[in-house]
Write a protein that binds this ligand. Structure first.
Ligand code: T4K
Length: 394
């Protein structure tokens, strides 16, 4: 018998019986892609659900990022974070833009606004921060900096679908925000993504850019790309939207169970829920402080695997450590991101994850801890700000 595997995520699918009539309709219509009726309906439904002005659907989040940079004609240098999925920086590379890495803040692992100014040069045109794990960046500070220096702000909000800040969608911040609807995301259309923009002119330009730059049968207004979402995915997405609130409730339940079970384990830290935020519970990252836990993050990663549990080290290594980027001057001196990337492990999180599995994961973690009895008892779950001891990057 095949051994049970618990993966970091398990995609949420809409009920098959609800999808079949939509498929039948698409089969009948023979309209499969290129701004079909489900595509149009899905864009409107998303804008309405999220409370944002305009949604432009894309084939995936990466193409959306690339098109966003094209849309705003971003050139030169862009300030971004090394602590993300490679797609964030790759989108710059594909646009011939030089990434300038800036370290993260330690509490939520987002780009540190206090460090942006020092990285600005005459070639800087934009800031590309990431709402890591769906926790909002310090959007007001980032916007102030951008306004002061005349920079654009494009948020990689791949993880932030459904997140609200002070009652409004976090996707409303910045010039543009990009979400991913990949199978592994809180809200998926198998593959997919979208750009959130503030005005109809920008939406129109993005519509052209994702369809080869075609304005009409005889006019091409830009060197666009093919980044369209098809009708099957748009219909599937419409169904997913009906169930999204239930999905969040399920994820919240698992998150709270983890927090309860892990709160007194020395050397294990999880992120506090930020103030004034309706969170989407997209990931459950924990950070292992080896000196207090007595074992390394990788020991834990391997131990979980022995039990068929596959956490993921999002984000390790840092993007700035990959061969394409490690030669950049800004790839050095990213001490906080470096340490965090050595501590991080995201535990399995999805709505139908059984409570018994969560209990098992908690017990594996608690049984691993090796507290030195000669040490003064450690205060657990302290924030990084309290600790303030970041080892030097090796
Ligand atoms: N910006 C950020 C900040 C991002 O995190 C991402 C994507 C993007 C931009 C780009 O958006 P997209 O272009 O992808 O729309 C996964 C996802 O492929 C990627 O979308 C995601 N970030 C990243 C954080 O995670 P991998 O390399 O970890 O994928 P993989 O295949 O190893 O799958 C992860 C886990 O999910 C495995 O345990 C298997 C499980 N899984 C996966 C798939 C595809 C399933 O159970 N079912 C599935 O269908 O990158």
């Amino acid at each position: 018998m095949e051994k049970r595997k618990i993966l970091v995520t398990r995609p949420q699918l809409p009920p098959l019986n609800e999808f079949i009539p939509l498929l039948a309709d698409i089969w009948d219509s023979r309209w499969l892609t290129n701004n079909g009726k489900y595509h149009q309906e899905f864009e409107k439904a998303l804008a309405n659900y999220l409370g944002v002005p305009y949604v432009v659907l894309f084939a995936n989040g990466t193409l959306a990022l690339m098109a966003a940079l094209q849309c705003l004609r971003i050139k030169g240098e862009v300030i971004t974070t090394p602590y993300s999925f490679v797609a964030t920086t790759h989108s710059l590379w594909w646009n011939d833009i030089k990434p300038v890495f800036v370290d993260i803040e330690p509490d939520y692992c987002n780009l540190d606004p206090e460090r942006i100014e020092a990285a600005i040069t005459p070639a800087t045109t934009a800031i590309l921060p990431v709402h890591v794990y769906g926790n909002p960046c310090e959007v007001d500070k980032i916007q102030d900096m951008a306004d002061y220096y005349g920079l654009k702000v494009i948020y990689d909000a791949a993880h932030a679908f459904g997140v609200r800040l002070k009652g409004s969608s976090v996707l409303n911040y910045g010039d543009l925000s990009i979400v991913s609807f990949h199978a592994t995301k809180v809200f998926n259309t198998i593959e997919g993504g979208a750009i959130i923009c503030h005005d109809i002119k920008t939406k129109k330009r993005l519509d052209y850019l994702k369809n080869f730059g075609i304005a009409n049968e005889t006019t091409v207004v830009a060197p666009g790309i093919n980044a369209k979402m098809n009708e099957l995915q748009a219909a599937y997405g419409l169904l997913q939207l009906k169930y999204f609130d239930t999905v969040i409730d399920g994820r919240k339940h698992i998150t709270e169970k983890y927090k309860q079970g892990l709160k007194n384990i020395p050397g294990v830290r999880y992120l506090d829920e930020p103030q004034e935020v309706d969170y989407n519970y997209s990931y459950f990252p924990i950070f292992i402080d080896e000196s207090e836990f007595g074992r390394s993050r990788d020991d834990l990663f391997e131990e979980l695997k022995k039990h068929g549990i596959y956490g993921r080290r999002y984000f390790y290594p840092l993007i700035s450590e990959f061969p394409t980027y490690r030669g950049l001057p800004s790839a050095k001196g990213l001490g906080i991101a470096y340490e965090v990337s050595r501590q991080i492990i995201c535990l399995p999180l999805y709505p139908d994850l059984a409570d018994e599995i969560v209990d098992l994961i908690i017990s594996i973690i608690s049984e691993m801890v090796q507290v030195d009895s000669n040490k003064v008892p450690v205060k657990v779950l302290k924030t990084y700000k309290e600790k303030r001891k970041f080892p030097k990057e090796k």
